[in-house]
Design a protein around this ligand. Structure first.
Ligand SMILES: [Zn+2]
Ligand SMILES: [Zn+2]
Length: 536
């Protein structure tokens, strides 16, 4: 059998692994590629997926970087079943409709911009609401710990990953020529002691492990520290009469923040007259799904619920479903907490709240989740002085808090600790779902500590999985190979740099904010070139 890495290969987003056995061709996860425009182009390259020839999908969890391209597959000929746990099924349905809505709205804006500049063509969405609606009936749900057979010779089992509601680690037992090979896909591995979620399941056996490595190079701060930092941000802006803006993913992070606010409220650290707005229709719907699947929550939360205490509620909590309600928050005077999506500030209502508050000294922007390269969230966290939103340069005067402890991902120590459960010393590991620097560090720690063979696959790499044999690469797809002449490319780059350097005076005459933006871009380019140099 062989596996092809179509996403989350030396990157965090776009999780998708296509497996071909002698009897079936199927995929684990179908995530959207997010981040730089170069990475996002991968969403359009349907030929590498060949969706008409995928028999079924197994989805580890609902996050868009694991499920967001399913409608694109359906749009392009996929008709098979999509297996997921019950909560994942429900969450995927609302997330895909939301994602399709975002695609359609953004395409509408693009078309208008193109038409204003005289073009007669229309921009096309990645997929439409109809594609998302057509995806829903294909979803077949399973519970944790119930082995099922999606195809002849293949058995699958979803086990609790402790990451978000319904998230699973996938065990696959594949029989070929009388031998059974066990593959384990970690999906995203949750952080231990995470609010609402059980700790990740311990798995004892695997022949091949496909393991996430998002935080392969660092640990999170403790839970207590995170609560204190959140309390600090709240008190900072509350005293100044300004708002506390929390960009949060609609699923899990929002609910964890609500739970944290509930805890702060119980300990008297949340002012009673401070309104809390949950300004995301999607997060409101996701919170309903959390309430529906109580048995998927951890035992502490279930105990609270049994006692009649609702950890997802606050006396001052207000839901803003409509756009009008959302806009009212921005004209409202005085302090408030605003939780809104998207978590990386690259789409959704949060962009409006940032536009209205980033420039206000005294306001707080509280990042509580992972910020991918190329997103506005990442630029703010990295210390940008201004940011462009809705065609306007917004200066950043608000206090920026980055609270790592709320992560739904295991940190480095926890990833290593999870590996101690595996008993088969000959297990081979493929590190996926991480930026290369994190993966390099984690790989060398794993080799040193456990002696497992570790491979960090590349985008579009194909690898033969053969028991007892070293990792053997199948020929890489044509699309993964450089099609461009090195000589021409480097010449072109060199001449562009010299033309730019001849225009320094012009650069200096641009508005300050534009200069800062260009400087940041050049610094980034400089860093990339350094990275390339160190590769060579
Ligand atoms: Zn995830
Ligand atoms: Zn993920």
């Amino acid at each position: 059998m062989k596996v092809k890495f179509i996403g989350a290969a030396r990157a965090v987003t776009g999780s998708c692994f296509i497996i071909e056995t002698d009897k079936a061709r199927f995929a684990v996860d179908c995530g959207m590629h997010q981040g730089t425009s170069e990475i996002e182009k991968r969403n359009w390259d349907i030929s590498v997926y060949n969706p008409g020839h995928i028999d079924f999908f197994l989805i580890t969890h609902a996050h868009i970087d694991h499920s967001g391209l399913l409608p694109r597959m359906v749009q392009n000929g996929f008709r098979g079943p999509i297996y997921a746990t019950e909560p994942t099924g429900d969450l995927v349905k609302i997330l895909l409709l939301d994602s399709a809505h975002i695609q359609e709205v953004e395409t509408g804006w693009k078309t208008k911009t193109m038409q204003r500049s005289g073009a007669s063509t229309e921009a096309k969405p990645l997929y439409t609401l109809k594609d998302a609606q057509d995806t829903a009936p294909l979803i077949k749900t399973k519970t944790y710990e119930s082995v099922f057979s999606p195809a002849d010779g293949i058995k699958a089992n979803f086990r609790d990953a402790g990451h978000i509601l319904g998230a699973a680690i996938l065990e696959l037992f594949i029989e070929e020529n009388g031998t059974t090979t066990k593959l384990v896909f970690s999906g995203d591995i949750g952080r231990r002691h995470q609010l609402l979620m059980e700790d990740p399941s311990k798995i004892a056996e695997a022949d091949f492990l496909f393991m996430e490595s998002t935080y392969g190079d660092r640990n999170h701060k403790g839970e207590e520290d995170s609560l204190n930092e959140l309390a600090e941000a709240i008190s900072y802006s509350y005293k100044k009469g300004e708002k506390i803006i929390i960009p949060a993913f609609a699923v899990e992070r929002t609910q964890e923040i609500l739970y944290s606010l509930h805890l702060l409220s119980m300990s008297g650290k949340l002012p009673k007259d401070l309104p809390v707005f949950l300004d995301s229709p999607l997060a409101i719907k996701a919170t309903e799904i959390f309430r529906r699947y109580r048995s998927y929550l951890d035992s502490e939360t279930q105990d609270l619920l049994k006692k009649g205490e609702d950890p997802l509620d606050l006396p001052q909590l207000k839901f803003s479903s409509t756009t009008a309600e959302s806009m009212e928050i921005n004209v409202m005077k005085g302090p408030a907490i605003v939780i809104s999506a998207s978590g990386m500030a690259n789409a959704g209502r949060i962009k409006h709240h940032l536009k209205h508050n980033l420039w206000r000294p005294g306001a707080s922007i509280v990042f509580v989740g992972y910020q991918a390269q190329g997103t506005p969230g990442r630029r703010i966290v990295d210390g940008a002085k201004t940011i462009r939103l809705f065609g306007e340069d917004i200066s950043i005067k608000a206090k920026v808090f980055t609270i790592g402890g709320f992560s739904a991902h295991a940190g480095q120590d926890q990833l290593l600790e999870w590996l101690t459960n595996f008993q088969n010393k000959k297990m081979q590991i493929f590190l996926v779902h991480g930026e290369i620097s994190a993966q390099d560090q984690l790989a060398s720690l794993i080799r040193k500590r456990f002696g497992f063979a570790v491979t960090i696959p590349e985008y579009l790499e194909e690898i033969n999985l053969q028991l007892g044999a070293p990792v053997q690469e199948v020929k890489k797809l044509q699309t993964a190979e450089p099609k461009i002449s090195w000589e021409l490319l480097l010449d072109d780059l060199g001449s562009k740099i010299s033309r730019l350097s001849a225009q320094q005076e012009k650069l200096k005459s641009l508005p300050a904010s534009r200069q800062i933006e260009i400087i940041n871009l050049l610094l980034e380019a400089n860093q990339r070139i350094n990275d390339i140099k160190s590769d060579v």
